[in-house]
Write a protein that binds this ligand. Structure first.
Ligand code: NAD
Length: 320
């Protein structure tokens, strides 16, 4: 059985992808790794290694030890944090990708998954139904690393035959782990605060529309593109991926239907500029046509699931 290594497994996506891949392929075949042991579910549900994605030797030792065939590279510095530490974001996001692509180029591993983001787009991109192929002038260091990363993925595929597959994730909504410093984090924080405080102060203005996806759908897309026959994965930079689009005000209205006393306040900060440079909605027809992507969760279903799961999680601490 081919062995999988997940790098950055303790984060928002890695923690849920690890559990899904262990269910699918067996816990002995999916090695989770991160620079810390913080996520106990990930650490305790199968094999776990400390790996520093920036250090080629650290990655290679783990790959050799477990005879790894496929790497999911999820370690990265996200958009909002990246604006505070531009050079650290560049170093982490680029070095880690080169280490993994070079392992594949050298024939040491066979398959790579690396996520891009809607942050590859910028002010000159059409903001509604953003096409797969369009103007991309990202204005954040995070977006620059994703755009450059996409170019290198395609280059390694075309020149060296590397089987690298990628998705431009929109903002991801999930309840298990807190998000890691992105511009769409409000759409997760709001549910925690709705339950704990019945109020939330949004760092984006009420009419800021952004593309989002529920974690279960994001994981499903990731598994689907990695399981797809190679000839159906026609785009080797990164696929547009979409589910729904909404504004903070729309989300607030839906939460109020479940928690009538919920109050929403708006105090946009530096993340507003980042959000204003990103698309409102995404055309992901290439992913739907090429390898059969489709989403399941609409906004109502997401809100219901988030409030149910977090209500259970906070049942002993919440005020109401
Ligand atoms: P996250 O910040 O929640 O998790 C990243 C993980 O990487 C953390 O557990 C962190 O400890 C680990 N890490 C950091 N530096 C490391 C290093 N040097 N070596 C090993 N591990 C290290 O991020 P996430 O939200 O899970 O995102 C995963 C990927 O998906 C990233 O590439 C991100 O750009 C992309 N993405 C995420 C979203 C989203 O909404 N979450 C949207 C678009 C794209």
């Amino acid at each position: 059985m081919a062995k999988i290594l997940i790098i950055g497994a303790g984060g928002q996506i890695g923690s849920e992808l690890t559990i899904k891949l262990r269910d699918l392929y067996g816990k002995d075949n999916v090695i989770a790794s991160d620079i810390n042991y913080q996520n106990s579910e990930v650490v305790n549900s199968g094999l776990f290694e400390i790996v520093d994605a920036q250090d080629y030797a650290s990655v290679k030792i783990c790959v050799d030890k477990h005879k790894i065939d496929t790497i999911y590279l999820l370690a990265a510095m996200l958009s909002a944090t990246g604006e505070k530490y531009p050079m650290k974001a560049w170093d982490l996001n680029m070095n880690s990708l080169f280490h993994v692509l070079n392992l594949a180029k050298d024939g040491i591993i066979k398959h790579v998954f690396w996520p891009s983001s809607i942050a590859v787009f910028g002010d000159t991109t059409p903001r509604t139904d953003t096409p797969q192929h369009t103007s991309m002038e990202p204005s954040t260091v995070y977006g620059i690393t994703k755009q450059v990363g996409e170019r290198w993925c395609e280059y390694y595929h075309d020149k060296y035959g590397v089987d690298v597959r990628s998705l431009r994730y929109p903002g991801i909504i999930s309840w298990k782990t807190m998000p890691g410093g992105g511009t769409t984090d409000y759409a997760v924080e709001i549910f925690h605060q709705a339950i704990l405080d019945q109020s939330y102060e949004s760092f984006l203005s009420k009419d800021t529309e952004l593309p989002m996806i529920f974690m279960d759908d994001a994981i499903d897309a990731t598994v689907k593109i990695m399981q797809a026959p190679a000839d159906t994965v026609k785009i080797r930079s990164s696929y547009n991926l979409a589910a729904i689009s909404f504004t903070p005000e729309m989300l607030s209205e839906i939460i109020k239907r479940h928690i009538p006393e919920f109050k929403m306040f708006y105090r946009p900060d530096f993340r507003q500029d980042i959000a204003d440079s990103w698309p409102k909605s995404i055309d992901d027809s290439a992913a739907r046509n090429d390898w059969g992507w489709s989403h399941s969760f609409d906004l109502e279903a997401i809100a219901k699931e988030m409030l149910t799961q977090l209500g259970e999680k906070y049942k002993d601490t919440k005020k109401r």
